[in-house]
Design a protein around this ligand. Sequence first.
Ligand code: F3S
Length: 399
Amino acid sequence: MHLTPEEHALLAGERGPATQKAMQILATLGRIYGAECMIPVSSVQIAGVSYDNLGEAGLAWLAEMASGGGRAQVFTTLNPAGMDVEDYADLGISEAFAENQRRVLDAFETMGVVTTCSCTPYLFGNLPHFGEHIAWSESSAVCYANAVLGARTNREGGPSALAAALTGRTPAYGYHLDANRRPNVHVQVNARLHDTPDFGALGKSIGDQLQSCGLNRVPYISGIEQASQENLKSFCASIATFGGIALFHMPGITPEAGLHAPPAEQITISQHTLDTAKSSLTNATPDEIDFLSLGCPHLTLREIQHIAHALAGKQVTREFWITTSRPVKGMADRMGYTEIIEAAGAKFATDTCCVVAPIKGRFKALATDSAKACYYAAAKNGFKTRLLSFDDVIAESTR
Ligand code: F3S
């Protein structure tokens, strides 16, 4: 792999041990994946922020990188942490966990990383434009950036994303290259899609089928007439979770679709397939639900506005988390939505979510509109699940 004199200097440790380690990670990755060179990135998003996932070993590595002089060279934001940084006690998070989570965030802050913790960084300023090279790691955001925004990123791990932040570079392979962005399977959707669980079920249907068809599939998805930002973030989260997909094209909706013709290999998603995927994500009865959550991926302001209107003057009867980013919550505060939602007894879980927070064993069954949240609620926390429409989750919360 060709490295510039500056990159050789970083490898030699001229900018300190943390940057040297970062460059070693990137050079190793570049060699493994056959990259010819490094390319500059304009933004980074780092996953692996919750202390629940990192543990002491992960925290020690971050602290070493911070004390070794590592400093972000480009705009860098974080994925959700294990708690609401301000109101963790209200969510039942212990002081001991909070202390460890703060140590994680302190290490990132020392490195100049913006410690806003969210999987929807594109809603508050970490918004790459078409063709821009970036290094993001949250799978739903990677898919959204590649497919919906037309930016270019591989699905980075936490360490490689941090390495990209500290050097401002990433190896030029995978989805950074035109050749790997071409669609290689045509998905014809013959089903009606209305809301976020429909799009989540579509992501599961396609993801399940493509997972058995080999690696690095880039589906060209026909038959979708329209999709809102909320639909697309739900779809991206789901197709990344169930199929490991990091890029797709949707004619009339995503910006690169027009550059390509539909591939010859075709699969079809019928209404029956979609309905089956949807029902497979529900195994809890209504009476078993003791936890509700909206905001996987993190909510837009429009969604929070909708929740506020629906909950005005009502009282929730069970634990109900509204998960979003701190900047979007700030706008909800200003618009009075927070006051209405909290008066109804629902709780904002800002900076975190129902998957990365340490809540294993606390609840029996989760109701949500998110296919991704259903998957992880079962796989990580052992909860039963109920996939409902956005409005039905709100209605269920006051039943
Ligand atoms: Fe975001 Fe947590 Fe879902 S990180 S995509 S809200 S699992």
